[in-house]
Design a protein around this ligand. Structure first.
Ligand code: HEM
Length: 525
């Protein structure tokens, strides 16, 4: 009894030291397990990254979106297959795209850690589990199919004409921000396609208001949200009015949310009353289709509608901005593009159908080069194969000797494996002189489109989780760039804008240029 009391006294007197000792033992046991006994222990990479997510935290949060550049350095040091967090493997080998982004009936889950950044878990985009994703995506496929986009072509053409007309109004009036104009174009198009309403952002003075700053702000917070997903609950508790006081750009975003909600309520009411909707919307597609009642819950359907706007507007706008910048910055590219377009299209105010534009090799090559240099998303995109191991085998030539080194790892089922478009698109073995904007790389000797490089374009990702909006995005890029070049190609000059304003400097999920960039600005004569 006396011994027991003495031990208890000891514990009471020294509890802080004991607590520290316990914590140190726990942390070091975990670190030893992750380093030496974890299923990924044989995959090379920095030891600290194998032990803790703080490694990623440092580069993404403290250094501000620098993780993707650190990945490049790590691959140079450790080879094409590396462990970048305790649980995740990153691959830098374009020949392994189809292994990582598998299709062909294999189950592919998203990584809950990655999905946690977004806080809208019921959309197809953020659905973790393969089978549920197939159901949700299946319900959307037709709405974003090639034939559905064909029906949207008239208003995409109209928006592209309006885009040019609005820019022409700045003739002789000083610089105008092209990157704001592209945002209003893509937002107007997706609102019309999804909800059948005219948001008319293109008509605003200096292309304001728009959703760009609000979506940029939300996207800037994604890295932090990934590390601390509970912050979404905190954010949801903040009233919109306070949010707007903290960030006035959010006012337009909330107004947009309200319009989308009203459209959903309208569709629900019409379905209840057995009436057709005035405009066929994404909500009609989901609510009138064969999904279960559980999947037709208004809140879930609302998330699907909202995500489709966020996923469509700034991605397309960024690609357009990057493409138009390079076209204006490279007189040789501009004149070849103009020559091709002018010889095929006699009247700039009336473009031929998309299918005809797609057959023009130099235009098509320019769009691919635009997608390559704008990257799609900046972040690595992880995939989990829950039922199969992922066999990664890569060969790298060693220095100048030409001797090949083999890297061969089998990643057990259930672990995220990711790739980054930023690294693939700047791989000099696939794309020589990767930072040059050169549509020619997508053409063969006869000037026709070579298709063999298309498989290395990761802007829309690949496999079962590939972008569902790819047809709409292509239509917007072809139609907007063609209209722009025909109508304004010889009238616009870049104003105080350099490559630094379109080159990725930070990974905020979307690619971001240098801090303080004023966007792409042009003078119209
Ligand atoms: C140039 C423009 C675009 C780019 C670069 C782009 C890029 C991407 C990428 C990389 C993904 C995969 C994300 C991941 O793996 O987590 C994705 C998914 C998605 N995108 Fe796009 N996107 C673009 C335009 C659009 C448009 C116009 C829409 C129209 C609705 C759209 C809707 C979606 C949706 C709904 C998903 C989720 C698909 C799924 O998980 O099944 N995107 N996009």
């Amino acid at each position: 009894m006396a011994i027991f009391e003495t031990r208890l006294d000891f514990l009471v007197q020294h509890w802080p030291a004991l607590l520290v000792a316990l914590l140190v033992t726990f942390v070091s046991t975990k670190a030893i397990f992750r380093l030496y006994f974890h299923p990924l222990a044989n995959v090379p990479g920095p030891k600290l990254a194998a032990v803790t997510w703080l490694y990623e935290f440092y580069y993404d949060i403290i250094k501000g979106g620098q993780g993707v550049f650190q990945l490049k350095r790590l691959h140079e040091r450790h080879g094409p297959i590396i462990r970048i967090t305790p649980n995740e493997v990153h691959v830098n080998d374009p020949y392994l795209i189809d292994v990582v982004y598998a299709g062909g009936g294999k189950k592919v889950n998203k990584d809950p850690y990655f999905v946690g950044s977004f806080g809208v878990p019921e959309s197809a985009f953020l659905t973790v589990e393969h089978d549920l994703h197939r159901t949700r995506r299946g319900a959307l496929n037709r709405f974003f199919s090639k034939s559905s986009v064909r029906e949207s072509e008239p208003f995409i053409q109209e928006a592209a004409q309006r885009f040019c007309l609005r820019l022409e109004e700045y003739s002789g009036k000083g610089p105008v921000t092209l990157s704001a104009a592209t945002s209003t174009f893509s937002t107007d198009v997706i609102n019309e396609h999804n909800f059948g309403f005219r948001s008319n952002y293109l008509d605003g003075k200096e292309f304001k208001p728009n959703l760009q700053n609000a979506l940029d702000g939300l996207s800037n917070s994604l890295q932090l949200m990934k590390q601390f997903p509970w912050l979404h609950h905190v954010m949801r508790m903040i009233p919109n009015s306070l949010f707007i006081r903290m960030d006035p750009d959010m006012a337009e975003y909330f107004a947009h949310e309200n319009r989308v909600r009203e459209r959903l309520d309208e569709v629900i009411a019409r379905i209840k009353n057995g009436k057709l909707s005035e405009h066929y919307t994404i909500f009609d597609e989901l609510l009138r289709g064969t999904l279960s009642e559980e999947e037709k819950r208004p809140e879930r359907v609302f998330q699907e509608g909202l995500v489709a706007v966020s996923a469509a507007s700034e991605t397309t706008a960024w690609a357009l901005t990057v493409g138009l910048f390079h076209v204006l910055n490279r007189p040789a590219v501009l004149s070849k593009l103009r020559a091709e377009l002018e010889s095929n299209i006699p009247d700039a105010s009336e473009l031929p159908p998309l299918a005809v534009l797609e057959q023009m090799p130099y235009l098509s090559a320019t769009i691919n080069e635009t997608l390559r240099r704008s990257y799609g998303v900046a972040s690595r995109l992880p995939r989990i194969q829950p039922d199969h191991p992922v066999h990664l085998r890569s060969h790298v030539k060693k220095g100048s000797t030409g001797v090949e080194e083999e890297f061969d790892y089998v990643i057990p089922p259930g672990y995220p494996v990711s790739m980054s478009s930023v690294l693939v698109h700047t791989n000099p073995d696939i794309f020589p002189d990767p930072y040059a904007f050169s549509p020619e790389r997508w053409l063969n000797r006869e000037g026709g489109r070579r298709k063999d490089l298309d498989r290395y374009l990761l802007s829309f990702s690949k496999g079962t989780r590939q972008c569902i909006g790819i047809n709409l995005a292509h239509a917007e890029l072809f139609i907007c760039i063609a209209t722009f070049v025909l109508r304004l190609g010889n009238r616009l000059k870049l104003y105080e804008t350099t490559e630094e304003d379109v080159e990725i400097q930070r990974d905020c999920f979307g690619p971001r240029p240098k801090h303080g960039s004023k966007g792409v600005r042009v003078l119209v004569n």
